[in-house]
Design a binder for this molecule. Structure first.
Ligand code: NAD
Length: 518
């Protein structure tokens, strides 16, 4: 297991929490840094999903019946628990993903921040709220936020702590039970992150986990739950959306991206280059909000390019469970294969490789060098297709308009980054970019970590938002209760014509009243 600090017994004990209803085939789990299987998980079935959802349903009412303050306290304790137990969480996440410890630590920060935010801000957002009634003074109208019931989560392997648990926290706070189908590659990380939530006081039955493939177990989950939060590829997202449509349930889809970064003419090219390195190569480029396209004003192009290439060349590739290396492994042979195919296709069609452009089997079987390309054109696959690896393209641009137009020339719209010497100008440019989040003088973390604000994609990057009010209320059904006192709404004993005249006068009067009196 490549000197893994995580023992086989521990992995086995984590798997005890999986819902498995009988004898199952096994699916190998590969350690990316060795390319060898180190353990296996049961290949879940439709029957497992059925039982998991039934158990979650049975647990939901009593969890929702607990006072909101008590549910919020579980999230608060979870943040502490994750901080205290972070070493093991980082070990398991690194083992299953091959990422660096620094990349794994970003996940720890994310769950802690999300848990703390919703524990703090969530209860007020979920409180029942008085609204203006049909007839002022006579209609008392209240909106209640009821949990959907059982919320299903389907998550990818690239950020297995964050994407398996962070999104589930607001759903739990709102009183839902959860059934999670993590990526088969990173099931143990998800199980450990969920175990820490149970340690923090969540009733175990309120958070069920099923293992297995997306096509079988993921698809079945969509058919059985009351809401689905999917994170993954656009292709799988479309299939989830179709099924959710058939089941007539609401869904949020957090999908792929081909994220642009703009360097304006007033940017400091060296500072922008350092920032761009962080934007392009976190988690070896396997981050949905990392950058793959860079549009640089021609007046700073050469200085930026030279600084960026120097920084990219200096990045240190490595394995190991300690902090140190800058860039870790790709997660699988499939990821390496896609990265190699994209680069080979670009080179064949005339792209120039400024740095990188080759695998590094001497470091590990799936390692690939941070790669910077120029002269990338429409015919090349990676021009507009997400590589999801450490490969980026530089394009000189003549003006801000040109940069914005090219940044927006994409079916995706997830995240963008703008580098400038003038924050106000940066904000104005940001507002013209068709992406759900835009960072000015930051790579991705400023917008992502603003957990009080919505985060999500436009176009093929998805539907719905995580974080903020939207990221909590999506797990609720709004219910309006209106109590009518005195006068009934309708003609009553009056002839219809008299009633219509009375209501016409009343409507005119109502329009003249100030908003707060209506
Ligand atoms: P993927 O779509 O192959 O798998 C994601 C999850 O969906 C896995 O658990 C998988 O088993 C399941 N799945 C696959 N097909 C399914 C189906 N037909 N029905 C139900 N479930 C199904 O994606 P991946 O390769 O694991 O992840 C990489 C992709 O995820 C990239 O495109 C990346 O940009 C995207 N991503 C997006 C975000 C975001 O927040 N927008 C975050 C991380 C990753």
């Amino acid at each position: 297991m490549h000197n893994s600090p995580v023992g086989r017994d521990r992995l086995e004990s984590l798997r005890d929490a999986l819902v498995v209803t009988g004898e199952r085939e096994r699916l190998d789990v590969i350690a990316p840094v060795s390319g060898a299987p180190f353990t296996s998980i049961p290949a879940g079935t439709e029957a497992d999903v059925e039982v998991a959802v039934e158990r979650a349903e049975a647990a939901q009412a009593s969890w929702a019946g607990r006072p909101l303050t008590e549910r919020a306290a579980v999230l608060e304790r979870y943040a502490d628990r994750v901080l205290d137990a972070q070493d093991e969480l980082l070990d398991v996440a690194q083992l299953e993903t091959g990422k660096t410890r620094r990349d794994a630590f970003e996940e720890v920060l994310d769950v802690v921040q999300t848990a703390t935010h919703y524990a703090d801000a969530g209860p007020e957002l979920l409180e029942s709220e008085r609204r203006s009634g049909a007839i002022p003074g006579l209609t008392k109208t209240t909106v209640h936020r009821r949990p959907k019931g059982v919320a299903g989560f389907i998550s990818p392997w690239n950020y297995p702590v964050t994407l398996s648990v962070s999104d589930a926290l607001p759903a739990l706070l709102a009183g839902n039970a959860v059934v999670l189908k993590p990526a088969q590659e990173t099931t143990h990380t998800a199980l450990l992150a969920r175990q820490l939530l149970v340690d923090a006081g969540l009733p175990p039955a309120a958070f069920q986990v099923v293992s297995g493939t997306g096509e079988r177990v993921g698809a079945e989950l969509v058919d059985r739950v009351d809401y689905v939060c999917f994170t993954g590829s656009t292709e799988a997202g479309r299939s989830v959306a179709k099924r959710a449509g058939r089941a007539l349930i609401d869904c949020s889809l957090e999908l792929g991206g081909k994220n642009p970064l703009l360097v304006l003419d007033d940017a400091n090219p060296r500072k922008a280059a350092r920032g761009a390195i962080r934007a392009c190569f976190p988690n070896a480029g396997q981050l949905c909000i990392s950058t793959e396209r860079l549009y640089i004003h021609e007046s700073v192009y050469e200085a930026f390019r030279d600084a960026f290439v120097t920084e990219a060349r200096a990045l240190d590739l490595g394995t190991g469970f300690a902090y140190g290396p800058d860039v870790g492994s790709l997660q699988s042979a499939a990821q390496l294969d896609k990265t190699e195919r994209h680069v080979a296709d670009a080179i064949e069609k005339g792209a120039d490789v400024l740095v990188g452009g080759r695998p590094r089997p001497d470091v590990g079987p799936y390692f690939y060098e941070p790669t910077v390309l120029t002269d990338v054109t429409h015919e090349m696959t990676l021009f507009d297709e997400e590589t999801f690896g450490p490969v980026v393209s530089l394009y000189p641009v003549g003006s801000v308009d040109d940069a914005v137009e090219r940044a927006n020339d994409s079916r995706y719209g997830l995240n963008a980054s703008v580098w400038t010497g003038d924050h106000d100008r940066g904000e104005r440019v940001a507002e013209r970019i068709d992406c759900g989040t835009v960072n000015v003088n930051e790579a991705y973390a400023a917008a992502w970590a603003s957990v009080d604000a919505p985060m999500g994609g436009m176009g093929d990057s998805g539907i719905g938002r995580r974080h903020g009010e939207e990221g909590l209320l999506k797990y609720t059904e709004a219910q309006t209760v209106a109590v009518q006192r005195g006068l009934q709404i309708g003609p009553g004993p009056l002839p219809d014509g008299v009633w219509a005249r009375l209501m016409t006068g009343f409507s005119k009067l109502l329009k003249r009243l100030p908003g707060w009196l209506r």
